[in-house]
Design a binder for this molecule. Structure first.
Ligand code: HEM
Length: 523
């Protein structure tokens, strides 16, 4: 029997078949045609099935990808820090784009690309737009809705904090010492087990209130209470709005302010102080505090209302207290975890160096380096220089960031990079100290010694370029005073040893819930 397989192999046989008698030829032809049609059918079936399978596959993988992305965004609050770390390990100086619930974010770490962020104009990259997205101030800050573009209403707050407050620090010292003494006496007494974060928040709120509003208000309990809880209300409110479906946000956002009684107390309290100072100036009294400097540096061409000034103070207050209290908490943890540094730090505060610190508001190089190492060890934020592109932005290597997307520097993992910090996994409290002060012949750090408040190519904790933290001198000052008091008066230890004292939430590192330390008065 002629089979399909024999036909092509032998032309003769094909010819031969065509020469066969018609009676024989028809069935053969039919058979051949049937086989061909059958093959075509099978081919068509297989082909069409394959493409529908492929279509189905595309659909399935699209759904899978969608579900995976939604899941990644859902768990982002607890995975973000690890995600940033993994991203940095893959970057090798190149930009990398990651997804976050707020926006896609292009991370950059090379000096050249960081320079692009530094040199970008306010109309290209905006911190304010990114902060607005995170904090939702129109709902969480009593209706305050700042401009996307920084500086559009002046930057009096920079002069207020960077110059006027920093210059004023030595004058604050006697008052600050009294506040610290009294707060420790109330909260710790001759010895107590306390929640370190709570203690830090109370002290930082009181000292900040003194610097911001003067001594009269620092002792007004209702006002200070409102100022203390205002920060928490903003944080919890913005978090709540971020995790709920987008369509519910405007609705919930309108309801949320009804729960912000303390915020209103704070706001109207500030408005009253401002109105009082503006409408009834007392020629015999000179105010030297943040609220007064905000009044003095506010725009003259288009004067602000007292309400607008109060908002400005509230925005600075929010940035001030939360970060400082958290950083101070981590410094206390680090002191407990690394007790070998307590002795040299006590020697330093017992030396003439402390005299300079009290008179100038700065100094104590060992403590300074210790605090800087604490910040390297546990930076509160693992991404800095977060900016939203107000229009399409092109980095100098051609990387494009679409309008509305974000850029950022992965500062957290950079602070653990061995090329920038030798032996990064070792807590070396004096790595930033001038080596001659330690009897060493060279600095641990490749760039040499540096101060806690310095801003540099490798230290982006305070931001970068034109936009650096103007409150960092105040941070260093307050932390040194509190650490000084603890070193001088107490032995401190963590209550539960070797626990995870820190936790991650989004790109933030926060003190673990309920972490306590035991303070005992020194003999
Ligand atoms: C340890 C605590 C603090 C840290 C780590 C910190 C860090 C930063 C960083 C990184 C920036 C720049 C933001 C960016 O480029 O994305 C910044 C800006 C700012 N910080 Fe701080 N800060 C702290 C405490 C304070 C305090 C205590 C104050 C006020 C007394 C303050 C006031 C400000 C202000 C007003 C800005 C905006 C500056 C501008 O727009 O030019 N910060 N801070």
């Amino acid at each position: 029997m002629t089979t399909i397989s024999t036909l092509p192999m032998d032309n003769n046989s094909i010819n031969l078949e065509f020469q066969l008698a018609p009676s024989v030829q028809l069935p053969t032809l039919l058979r051949g045609a049937t086989v061909l049609i059958g093959c075509a059918l099978i081919f068509w079936l297989v082909y069409s099935k394959q493409s529908s399978l492929r279509l189905c596959g595309v659909y399935v993988s699209g759904v899978q990808r969608y579900v995976r992305t939604r899941w990644e965004l859902f768990v982002y609050p607890i995975t973000a820090s690890e995600k940033i770390k993994t991203a940095y390990s893959q970057m090798n100086g190149k930009p990398l784009r990651i997804n976050s619930p707020e926006s896609w974010m292009t991370l950059v770490s090379s000096p050249k690309l960081i320079n692009d962020i530094k040199n970008a104009s306010n109309t290209e990259l905006s911190l304010h737009a990114a902060a607005k997205e995170i904090l939702q101030p129109s709902y969480t800050m009593n209706g305050f809705n700042w401009h996307d573009q920084r500086g559009i209403e002046g930057i009096g707050f920079v002069k207020t904090l960077r110059t006027l407050l920093t210059r004023h620090l030595p004058q604050l010292t006697p008052g600050v010492r009294v506040i610290i003494d009294r707060t420790f006496a109330q909260e710790v007494g001759s010895g107590n087990t306390v929640n370190v974060l709570t203690l830090s928040k109370i002290i930082v709120t009181k000292i900040s209130a003194y610097a911001f509003f003067g001594l009269d208000y620092a002792e007004n309990n209702e006002f200070i209470d409102a100022a203390y809880y205002y920060n928490e209300d903003v944080l919890y409110g913005s978090e709540l709005l971020r995790i709920m479906p987008k369509f519910l946000v405007p609705f919930m956002g309108k309801i949320y302010p009804f729960f912000l009684k303390r915020q209103r107390t704070f706001y109207y309290g500030l408005v009253a102080i401002i109105e009082d100072r503006m409408n009834y100036p007392d020629p015999t009294k000179k105010y030297n505090d943040v609220i007064q400097w905000i009044i003095d540096t506010s725009p003259k061409s288009k004067p602000w209302t007292p309400g607008r000034m109060a908002f400005e103070v509230m925005a600075i207050w929010f940035g001030s207290v939360q970060g400082l209290a958290t950083t101070l908490t981590f410094a206390i943890y680090s002191m407990c975890e690394n007790p070998e540094y307590i002795c040299p730090l006590r020697e330093e505060i017992g030396s003439p160096a402390s005299g300079n610190f009290f008179s100038e508001g700065d100094g104590l190089p060992l403590l300074d380096s210790f605090l800087k190492e604490c910040s390297r060890w546990t930076p509160v934020e693992s991404v800095t220089a977060r900016r939203c592109a107000l229009k399409d932005f092109i980095f100098s290597d051609g990387t494009r960031v679409a309008k509305g997307e974000w850029v950022g520097i992965p500062v957290g993992p950079m602070l653990r990079d061995a090329s920038k910090y030798p032996q990064p996994e070792v807590f070396d409290a004096f790595r930033f100290v001038d080596p001659t002060k330690l009897g060493r012949d060279h600095s641990v750090q490749p760039e040499g010694p540096s101060k806690f408040t310095d801003v540099s190519e490798t230290w982006h904790v305070w931001g970068t370029g034109k936009l650096t933290c103007p409150g960092r001198f105040f941070v260093s000052y307050v932390m040194k005073h509190v650490m000084y008091h603890i070193l001088e008066n107490y032995e401190v230890d963590m209550v539960q040893k070797n626990q995870g004292y820190r936790m991650n939430w989004r790109t933030l590192t926060l003190p673990g819930l309920g972490v306590k330390a035991k303070f005992e008065l020194r003999a």
